[in-house]
Design a protein around this ligand. Structure first.
Ligand SMILES: [Zn+2]
Length: 358
């Protein structure tokens, strides 16, 4: 799920935000990342797959909090790509997708280094929550970058940022709708960093995802989609699926998109997925009810909506319909909707992407 910008409400002491065409240039121009000798305890050995753990923080009982790491080092030297998931701890489908990516990659035929972090935010994942539930934290992972030596999530973010500064040519952050929400597949990228717009656009299309969120407004200013392109590293959020049921995770689809990107940047042999039509949006709306009760969605992910299109019904505890949620905008599609039976006033029940006219 996309970062929550209003996270600061629950943390008043925090001042900062909390929470075309394919161009004919080489996608790997100006790549400069060096290969690390190891990532945590996982050694980087060309032609091999290694596993290990990356130390992040420490709990009160002295136990280490570590992220699992899978390193797949191509026989031939090339760019360094990081793929991570579960930055939001309840977005389990991303970890399932990275399991599939790991099993699909063959270091003997690869040119470059792929580093997988299936559980990027272990305190949130252990708690089966979106964020680290420590009362001193509660920070959205997407609001913690580039990180600093302060709260736990910010320290974890800083650990990754330090590694990426020396050892990343690309970073891909896999998200889902979490355990109560499902996303229509889309890729978020910013065009406000130091990476040329054409390059970001071209790279975003390598995923073969039908919908792109081209962010011109720096919506998530403390997310990797902003902080990494600002220092010259292309970074993308890959949002696919979600909900609390294993079959609905769409992890196979998310893995296909990630593998398409790896083919597109020439780390893996083969061609990226080609789509006849890609839809682009630059603005979005979050839909919330004014009433509480039971939630009946009337649209599905990917559905087009116009101003006034019914999105969901809210039925109160007595069984009476008390609210119809309608689209406030035209020319939009549903990019995410809640899959959970109840809502309160202000629940995050749907997201609309407002399309760029073709
Ligand atoms: Zn997320």
């Amino acid at each position: 799920m996309i970062p929550r910008k209003l996270h600061a409400i629950s943390l008043p002491r925090l001042v900062s935000a909390v929470s075309c065409c394919l161009l004919a240039f080489s996608v790997n121009q100006a790549l400069g990342a060096t290969w690390p000798e190891r990532v945590g305890t996982a050694e980087v050995r060309p032609g091999e797959v290694t596993r290990g753990r990356l130390p992040l923080i420490e709990y009160a009982d002295g136990s280490d909090v570590e992220a699992p790491v899978i390193v797949i080092a191509g026989k031939k030297h090339g760019p360094v790509v990081w793929l991570m998931s579960c930055g939001h701890g309840d977005e389990f489908g991303g970890a399932l997708a990275l399991q599939r990516v790991a099993k699909a990659l063959d270091p003997a035929t690869m040119t470059g280094l792929v580093i997988l972090i299936p559980v990027a935010n272990p305190p949130a994942f252990q708690a089966m929550r979106r964020v680290n539930p420590s009362p001193d934290d509660l920070m959205d992972f997407g609001g913690a970058f580039p990180g600093e030596p302060r709260f736990a999530t910010e320290r974890i973010a800083a650990t990754y940022t330090t590694l990426w500064k020396d050892h990343a040519d690309f970073v891909v952050d896999l998200h889902t709708g979490g355990d109560r929400f499902v996303q229509y597949p889309f890729v978020i990228f910013t065009v406000t960093g130091t990476v040329p717009v054409e390059r970001m656009e071209s790279l975003a299309r390598m995923f073969g995802v039908p919908t792109l969120w081209r962010d011109r407004d720096k919506v998530f200013e403390s997310d990797i989609s902003i902080t990494l392109p600002a220092i010259g590293i292309p970074a993308f959020l890959l949002e696919v699926g979600g909900s609390g049921v294993m079959e609905r995770q769409q992890d196979a689809r998310q893995a296909e998109f990630a593998l398409s990107f790896l083919r597109g940047i020439d780390i893996v042999p083969g061609e990226p997925l080609q789509l006849e039509r890609i839809t682009v949006f630059e603005r979005y709306r979050i839909i919330t009810p004014s009433r509480g009760g039971f939630f009946y969605p009337l649209v599905r992910p990917g559905d087009p909506v116009s101003e006034g299109t019914p999105i969901a019904r809210i039925v109160d505890v007595y069984g009476d319909e008390v609210e119809i949620l309608r689209s406030p905008v035209s020319g939009a599609i549903v990019i995410g909707i809640q899959e959970f039976p109840v809502v309160t006033t202000g629940s995050w029940v749907a997201e609309l992407g407002i399309l760029v006219p073709e």
